[in-house]
Each structure stands twice: as C-alpha cells, then as structure tokens.
Design a protein around this ligand. Sequence first.
Ligand code: 13P
Length: 252
Amino acid sequence: MGRTKIVAGNWKMHGSLDQNQALLEVVVSETRSMQNASCVVCVPYPYIPQAKSLLQDSHVAWGAQNISQHHQGAYTGEVSAEMLAEFGCQYAIVGHSERRLLFGEGNKVVAEKFKAAQQCSIIPILCLGETLEQRESGEAEQVIAGQLDAVIDLLGVEALERSVIAYEPVWAIGTGKTATPQQAQDVHKFIRNRIAMQNERVADDIRILYGGSVKASNAVELIAMPDIDGGLIGGASLVAEEFISICMATQN
Ligand code: 13P
C-alpha cells in the first residue's frame, strides 16, 4: 500500500472555546468513516487541553503550531516538546513561513525545533516554501533545498522517517492563489528526489503535504498528484464543511 495521506488543519491564531467545540464535534462526527487517511488539527497552545478532551477517543489527532527548540529553562513565553507531549500532542508544525518571516526563525533554529519534537516522540510537520520574489528570480529550488538540508545536516536523512513535510509556497498562503497541481507536483518531486539522493526508502515513505489556499474546490486535483500526500489547511480548516470535504476527498 502507498503512503497514508494526511489532512492537517492549521488554525493559526483563531478560535475560542465555544467555536472550537462546535467545529471539533462536527469534524469528528462527519469524518468518522474516513479511511486510509489521517486527520489532524494544530490548535493554539491554550486550546490543546480542550482538543485533547474532545478528541482523545476519536480518530482525529491534535498538535501544536510551534515548539521550542529548548527543553526547559529561562525562555519566557516558550513551550517545550515535553509539555506538549503531556497533553497528548502527536504533531507539531515547525518552520511555518509565518514563523520564519514574522518571528525570524532561520533554518538552523527550525532544525533544532524538529529535533526537540522528535525527542519527545512528537511528529514534526516541517514546512518548506519560497516567497514570490524567490520564485520569480528562479531561486525556489535553492531556497527549499536549504530549508530541507538544514534538518538533514543536523540529524541525518533517517530522521525524516518520523516526520511529515509540508510544501507551502508563501505566495499561495492566505492569498486565494493556489499553486497549480503541476506546480506543486514539480516541487514535491524535487523534494522527494533530493531525499532519495541520500536514502530512497525514506524518500518513498515520507508524506509531503501541500499547503496554500487549499479548499474543498481544489483539494481533489491537488491530492490526485503522485507526490502530494495530503494537505496542510489554513483558512478552510476553520470552516467545518470545507475541512470535512477536504478530509473526505483525501481518502486513498
Ligand atoms: P491558507 O490555507 O489559509 O492559505 O493557509 C495555509 C497555511 O499556511 C497552512 O499552514
């Protein structure tokens, strides 16, 4: 059997106790028949206990949107992998472009966050992606290679075995401008080939999700591409019907 697909919602800084409960209850009940694909929601830190209590007996997993590279200490405002693990987080997004661009996270820090997550058996969802400027100046592959290589250089290619990659072109995030299925496929293939140069088995097994303005209306054609193994969904993950349709469209 091929790679099990994943649909992960990234709520970003949205939600409230009431909204989350309403959303999660309907997502759990409407995706119950989902087969051969996993459903994950990455929620803001304070709502992780709520996600745990609503999802622990369901098929929907929960995770965080960021993680500290440090394990404990005087790091005001940070949250460690150990803390997230105590609340049952199975996933943590690392290196989202909003963290890279708005909060100054560089490749090395992102690789350290990836490592911290894995040390607590949390699966990192490593985000890679170029800006419009980088794409237009022909640097997209070089940028993505640098983001990927930072993790491989720190931890070795085998570390990718217990991780998920998300390709999210910055110009497609929250803009309504999705990469075409072929544009996304080309980059996914590039990422897989780069991993295969070091370890073909790891390259074959790793799930590479696409993110950037994925909606129910474009999910099917994106996920049909051979190297697209699911989606990382921002805005549409907050709208129950949209998120449920994307999940149901993603079954093998
Ligand atoms: P949108 O789906 O809102 O474009 O966001 C994508 C994203 O950043 C997911 O991490």
